[in-house]
Design a protein around this ligand. Structure first.
Ligand SMILES: [Zn+2]
Length: 345
């Protein structure tokens, strides 16, 4: 949420003005996919970079920062090892197939290291997240012919009073369903059934996620991996027992499937509602768990958790990605909302 100070300062806080503050502070950026083609699973969730935008962003980061690996980041925060000046760490969440189709080849060409955080049940296309389900259905509903009977059934499921709801009204009601509420997820699946959509068939036909084999190839290419939950449920929705179980199972999966000795964990959505003490305790009891990652921009990092800046934008963002402007805005946001962001010397 922007406050008045942030809005007032925004026009004058350029990347050039922010850069001196980033010399001894880790800049951590992340996204999900890079693509020039429309992707129905994310079309209604966020606007990812195009190939051209991604290449320009990497060149900008190479010019202004020094890329560091996951091992360097963990060694710095856990053991006090030094990092180069202007360190930047790149990662991607969710393990979508564009990782190998688009992202990895560009990273290899430019010599940029990266870490991929994977959700256990998505690997090998065994499960589709609810955010992806909602986006897929919305994309489908905007392009397909829907019979009056189908529109009426979906309208009834979504609690609409209109006898014959039009497409836009149905889409608006579907967008309002929360992927974080069990009863809304049930309704979303019921709407899919009305349209003859079976998620198993969609996963088999579209194969939106990486396979375990493709993921192993990423490791062989020198990239690193991390865990991102068992089924992408937000931790704020889970009680303490389920949090522990989800974390342990997703770390087990990554360690056992890919032979990892150490596994970092990126919270699905964010760490909101999870206490640092709980995280510190998990790190103390599970030697395979190396560190947590979240999404609070430039909020302070420590031995327990590292925050990242997302370079995906709202679905209707029309202007080209300007990674310098994204970093400047994120830094300003964190400076206004978090104490302790003084200039490092
Ligand atoms: Zn995610």
């Amino acid at each position: 949420m922007r406050n008045g100070l942030e809005t007032a300062l925004s026009p004058i806080v350029t990347f050039g003005r922010v850069r001196p503050f980033l010399r001894r502070r880790l800049t951590s950026v992340f996204g999900h996919i890079v693509t020039d083609a429309p992707n129905p699973f994310i079309a209604e969730v966020y606007r990812p970079p195009t190939v051209g935008e991604f290449r320009r962003a990497l060149v900008f980061l190479q010019k202004n920062f020094e890329f560091v690996t996951l091992s360097q980041v963990v060694a710095h925060f856990r053991d006090g090892a030094s990092l180069p000046d202007y360190p930047v760490f790149l990662s991607f969440d969710d393990g979508l197939r564009e990782t190998v189709d688009v992202i990895a080849p560009i990273l290899k060409e430019l010599g940029v290291p990266a870490t991929f955080f994977l959700t256990a049940r998505a690997v090998d296309n065994r499960y589709l997240f609810y955010g992806h389900r909602r986006s897929y259905l919305l994309t489908l509903m905007q392009s397909m012919e829907m019979s009056m009977a189908a529109r009426r059934s979906i309208g009834a499921l979504l609690g609409l009073s209109a006898q014959d709801p039009v497409r836009d009204v149905l889409c608006q009601a579907l967008r309002a369903l929360s992927v974080h509420r069990a009863e809304d997820c049930v309704r979303l699946d019921e709407c899919a059934a009305v349209l003859g959509v079976t998620w198993r068939a969609v996963l088999e036909a579209e194969r939106p996620f990486l396979t375990a084999e493709q993921t192993s190839a990423l490791l062989s290419d020198g990239f690193s991996l991390g865990a991102h939950g068992t089924d992408h449920t937000k931790f704020a929705r889970l009680d303490a027992t389920d949090r522990g179980r989800d974390l342990r199972r997703s770390v087990d999966f990554m360690a056992e499937t890919f032979g990892l000795d150490e596994v970092p964990f990126a919270f699905p959505h964010s760490h909101k509602g999870v206490a640092r003490e709980w995280m510190a305790e998990r790190l103390a009891v599970d030697p395979r768990l190396s560190i947590f990652f979240s999404t609070a921009n430039y909020a302070p990092n420590d031995r327990v958790m590292i925050n990242r800046v997302c370079f995906d934008r709202p679905v209707d963002a029309a202007e080209p990605l300007d990674i310098g402007a994204v970093l400047a805005r994120s830094f300003l946001h964190s400076a206004v909302h978090h104490a302790g962001l003084r200039r490092a010397s």
